[in-house]
Structures are given as C-alpha cells and as structure tokens.
Write a protein that binds this ligand. Structure first.
Ligand code: WT7
Length: 646
C-alpha cells in the first residue's frame, strides 16, 4: 500500500497579527524555545512543567515509568487532588471572581464565584461521602447542562471517586450499559433537563436503567424542572434535602490522590463493538488540561471563555471544566440547544456575556452558516478575540465563514485536533505564534511527537498522507480501557508492534509542519488505485456556494474498484453535473463523485460526527445492520433511503 494522495492545496494563510502576538502567552520565539526544550529532553521538559503547573501534596521524583509499556505511568510517586487545582489553589484571591456564568435555555442567568463553587463542591462531596462514596468508587453522573454537573464532577474528584458522565441525550439502555461496566453504586441525576424547549425525562431513564442495575443503592436527584417524578423509597433522595441537612460535614480537606489514580472514565463509541470506557489519570491529565488551555486559547485574566460542548463529551471535561477552572478562568456555560429559540442563540449568548474566547464544533459552524449571515449580523460580536473548533476536520469554506462573519476577520481560529483518548489537544495552532491555514489543525504542541507513516511504519515522503501516530507517550494520554487491558493494547498500540500510539486518523504534514487530517483510516476511498481521504472530497463539495454539508463514502465499482458516492445537503441551487464539475476543477477528476444523493440532513452521532458506515450501507443498497443507537436522529436514515439518487 502506498500513501494517500494529497488533493487539496490551500493557499490562504493568516500570520499572527502583531497585537495578538504581543499580548500572547506564547509568541513565535517562545514556541520555538519550548519545542527546542522539549525535543532536547522530553522527560526534563515534562518534569519542569509538572512542578510549575500543579499544586502537589507530594512532589514526584519519578517522571515517566515505561517498565510496563504501553501501560505508561507519569509522575507516579506524586500526590495531589484534581479539585484542589480547580478551586482551593485560587482561594482566597479569586473568591469573588465569577467561575461559572450559566445561561439557562429560558434566558435566566446564574453566576457562581470561585468562593461559591468551592463551597458547593465541599458540601456535595460531604453528601456523597455521607452516602458511602469513598476513594476508588465509581459514580455515574447523568445530568443536564447545569452548574451542578460541574459541582458533582469536582465533588467526585475531591473524594478520589472516579466519575463517569453519561451524556443526557443517551437512552436508558446506554446508561444501564455504562453503569454496569463501571460497577457504579451511586447515580446522580435530575428530575429532567431542558433541550429545545422540551423536557428531557432524565429520572425516568434512570428508573428504567436501574431495573437492570441491581448494584445501584443510591440515586441523588437534582430538582431542575420541578416535574413530578417518582422517588424510590430508600434509594432516591433529593440533592437539596441532602445538602441542607444540618448534620452535613463538608469535605474541606480533599483526598490526597496518587498521580496515577483514575480521575474519570468516559465512554467513547468506536465504529465497531461496544463503547470503550476511556480511563484518565490525575496528574498527567490535570497538567495538560491546565497548560494546553492556557496556551491554545491564550487564556488571560480578563477573558470570558465559552466552550459550547456538552459535559457528556471529553471536550466538556477538559475544556469546559478542568482546563479553564485550573486556570482560574471565567467560564460561560449554556444549558440548551444552539438554535433555540432561534438560529442566533449562540450570538445572543456571546453578546450578552461579552464572550472573548469561543470554542465550538464544525458541525455547529456549518449549521449556523447554513442559517445565513443575518443572524450573526443582529448581534455585537466585537468582544470575541479567539475562536476555536474541534471534533472533525473543518472544511476551508466553513473556516473562512467563521473567520469573516463571526470573527470579523480579526480573530485567530485554533483548529484543535485531539481525541477522548488523548485527554487534551495535541495538534493546534497557537494564536500568537502560528500562521493559520484554513483546514489545517497546525503543528504539534510542545512535547508532543506526531508522525505520519505508511503501513510499515516508515515516515511517508513529501506531501503524501498516511497514518497519524505519536512516537512518544505524553502525560495526558489515556491510562487504559476500563476493565479491558487487551483492548487498550490492541486498539492503540497494536498496529505497529507497540512502537507508536495509533490515532486511527489519516493525515498529511506539509513543508511548514502543519497537519491536515484526511479522515478516519476506516473511511479511506480507493478509486482506480488512488487512495483518497474523505475530508478532501467533502471540502471540495462544500466549497461550492450552494452546498451546506457533504459526506462521501466508497461503494464497489467494476472498473475503478471503488466509486465515490456523495451525500449533499444544499443551501442553494445546484445540480449533480454542477457539483461533479466543481470537484473535478477543485481537486481533480479522480475524486469526482460517481453518484450524488441530495438529502435534507446527514446521519450524525449525538456529538455531531457524520456516521459514514451508515452512508456506506445506503450507497451499497445494503441493510443497515450496525448499531444505530448513537444516531442523533434515526429518521434521517429513512429519509436518505427514500431520497432520489441524482
Ligand atoms: C476524533 C476524536 C476531541 C474532542 C472531540 C472529539 C476527529 C477531532 C479534529 C480536528 C480533524 C478532528 C478525529 C479524532 N477530530 N478534532 N480538529 N480536525 N478531525 O473527540 O469523539 O474522541 O473523536 O475526532 O477523527 O480521531 P472524539
């Protein structure tokens, strides 16, 4: 097998503006110095960062322990607590500073200072301890996007009890699977949550799930909607009752945890098999959560930082909770749907809270772009300073829209590449240091060692694409798959005999050292012997002004081996012939789709990723046998089957 063809050649470049670089934590010279320091002696580099960034109960003398590779351990004789990094270390200095500015879906606002948050976390940790939760016990959190979900996460961390947050949009069955897999004894939930004006009946799902989880003895229920919900005698208790109990002993002294003790387990659905419980540790994770947040978003004391991700995803862990709070930032948190009640809700929140740093996903950006420029035009977005994106490749057209219409042409965009497994961002531009290229997720951050390799594990030549791997372990990497050590070894280290961490993505690296993600390697197309990533063809389609979204997959073809089938959501007028001609002009004839299906929507996961395996089945006229439980909207699949093939 040869490398992947590189088809897309993006010429636009945006060097860092002088004023951005001047106030940045990291400018080009500093970035170069940090990279040089890390490459000269990676362990010394990480040891120095761990000393500077974390508040230790016991400073580590060990740095990297690779005796049991790929089960790497970092700072393993150190002791600390993650909630102390987010709360206690900021007190009393930041006691009156807003930690969380929460916007409810109905527009109500609640502000919690660092003092408030600390108090609530200590109290809720007392509640959990009172229900018997101790170090090492797993606690499942099934909560809406309210400040209490952050309180609950930090309370678990304070006790050294790993939390497992389950996205509130998941079904009772998914919840039950995760409760059983973690072996949790206690679940924290709410009577319900609000999403797009409707009540999500969380407590009802918990009751259903617990029918198959006999080990759960305790359910703590937060009152959010005030709906009437049944409370099981002896098992269920209201959060507010437990919290206001006069006998409650707040946990002011956080548990001193080992650096390698698990902080949380978060499930990520692979393309095959059951979801994997990704385990993260304490010190390495917290180190990178704090440092990467500061570097990538150039976080300053006067910033108002908003990450739109749900806490049910890793982005909501690292860049809504642990990273910004470890930096003492002011965080905006929003409860509801991005286009509720109208497609300008995001822009309304930005204006109202004077957001300076906005971090969101390409799927949201494309949806908001599709809604039209009038919506952002109604709002004053001049507070914005830095924009970020994560979750999928952002096609250059959407990047340019985000830059021009939302950022007013003045805000750097950080396209951040990472995974649930990596714990934090590994590839990204830095606002004050990197020349931005639309569609590229930039260089490696200092200390990280990516490579693009062929099937034998040799670096690919020149501009070719290949497997994205990391040649050294790093502190925030996953510590394993909960309950399945072999799956960890196989999935992440199996492909190249343990030499590299294998991300599962394909990428190319250009002469400037910037990375371009081409897609997942399971999705690579093979057309007449040309190996093509999904990303470039999709980008070429979306660069047509009438196209809002596109996804491509391969289907068997007698002559070409595989032919490209495209699924396109339009925002204007275009015919199949127009789009085929456009792709040929943009990236070449080989990549021209054989067939195009015009659709109203694409099948996506709840976190906004296109589910290409479902599209593959549609393109091949096969029965959909795969699991569709993670689909955002199952009706989309039926509509696709009925859609006329152009
Ligand atoms: C996969 C990881 C990491 C937080 C949210 C997703 C894709 C992520 C980018 C980006 C291109 C990206 C990759 C990766 N991805 N960020 N900036 N450019 N692709 O976490 O659910 O674990 O997914 O998302 O394919 O492997 P996740």
């Amino acid at each position: 097998m040869t490398g992947l063809d590189a088809l897309l050649h993006e010429e636009r470049a945006f060097p860092p503006a002088a004023d951005v670089a001047a106030r940045a934590h990291v400018d080009a010279a500093r970035l170069e110095a940090l990279v040089a320091e890390a490459e000269a002696d990676p362990e010394a580099f990480w040891a120095a960062r761990a000393r500077e960034e974390l508040v230790w109960d016991r400073e580590p003398t060990e740095v990297l322990d690779d005796a049991d590779a790929p089960f790497y351990r970092w700072f393993s004789d150190g002791a600390l607590n993650a909630s102390v990094q987010c709360l206690d270390r900021h007190l009393p200095e930041r006691a009156d500073q807003v930690a969380i500015a929460w916007e409810a879906e109905d527009g109500a606002v609640r502000r919690l200072t660092y003092g408030d948050l600390h108090e609530q976390v200590c109290r809720f940790a007392g509640v959990l301890r009172g229900r018997g939760v101790a170090r090492g016990d797993r606690v499942v959190l099934y909560l809406p996007m309210v400040p209490e979900v952050v309180v609950a996460m930090l309370a678990c961390a304070r006790l050294g009890a790993p939390h497992s947050v389950v996205f509130a949009g998941f079904s009772a069955q998914s919840l039950a699977d995760r409760i059983q897999d973690t072996g949790a004894r206690l679940v924290v939930t709410a009577d319900g949550g609000y999403r797009n004006g409707k009540v999500v009946p969380l407590k009802q799902s918990v009751d259903e799930a617990l029918a198959s989880c006999p080990d759960v003895a305790d359910v703590v229920v937060l009152r959010r909607t005030g709906e009437d919900v049944p409370m099981a005698e002896g098992r269920d208790a209201w959060w507010h009752d437990l919290e206001s109990d006069p006998g409650l002993a707040p946990v002011t002294d956080a548990e001193s945890m080992g650096a390698e003790d698990p902080l949380f387990v978060l499930y990520t659905s692979g393309s095959t098999g059951k979801p994997k419980g990704i385990v993260h540790g304490t010190a390495g994770y917290m180190l990178w959560a704090r440092l990467s947040t500061r570097w990538v978003f150039d976080l300053q004391d006067d910033d108002v930082y908003w990450c739109t991700a749900d806490v049910g995803w890793v982005t909501g862990h690292t860049y809504l909770t642990y990273g910004p709070l470890a930096n003492g930032a002011t965080v905006v948190m929003y409860e509801g749907g991005p286009t509720y009640p109208q497609p300008d809700r995001f822009w309304d929140v930005v204006e109202k809270h004077k957001v300076t740093v906005l971090y969101t996903a390409p799927t949201a950006i494309r949806a908001l772009m599709r809604a039209g420029d009038d919506w952002p035009a109604r709002h004053d977005l001049s507070s914005l300073r830095i924009l970020g994106t994560v979750g999928e490749p952002i096609n250059p057209e959407a990047w340019m829209w985000y830059h021009r219409v939302i950022g007013g042409g003045r805000c750097p965009i950080v396209d951040t590449w990472w995974q649930t497994e990596t714990g934090g961002i590994l590839l990204s531009p830095l606002p004050g240091a990197t020349t931005l290229r639309p569609g590229s997720c930039g260089p490696a951050l200092p200390g990280l060692a990516p490579a693009v390799v062929d099937e034998q594990g040799r670096p690919v030549q020149g501009d070719e694409g290949g497997y994205l791997v990391f040649t050294r372990p790093w502190p925030s990497m996953l510590r394993g798959v909960w309950g399945d050590t072999e799956r960890y070894r196989q999935t992440y280290w199996g492909l190249f005999d343990g030499r590299f961490y294998v991300a599962g993505d394909t990428a190319r690296r250009d002469a400037a050292g910037d990375h371009w993600i081409l897609g997942r390697f399971d999705d690579v197309l093979n057309v007449s012997g040309h190996r093509i990533g999904t990303m470039e063809v999709e980008s070429a389609l979306v660069s047509h002004p009438a196209v809002a979204e596109a996804a491509v997959v391969g289907a068997p073809h007698e002559v070409k081996g595989e032919a490209i089938h495209a699924f396109v959501v339009l925002r204007g007028e275009a015919t199949e012939a127009d789009l085929r001609a456009h792709v040929a002009k943009e990236i070449g004839k080989t990549a021209r789709p054989e067939a195009i299906v015009f659709a109203e929507a694409l099948p996506k996961t709840r976190s906004g990723k296109i589910m290409r395996r479902i599209l593959r089945a549609v393109a091949r006229g096969e029965e959909i046998t795969q699991d569709t439980s993670t689909l955002e909207d199952p009706a989309v699949v039926e509509a696709l089957r009925a859609a006329p093939v152009a």
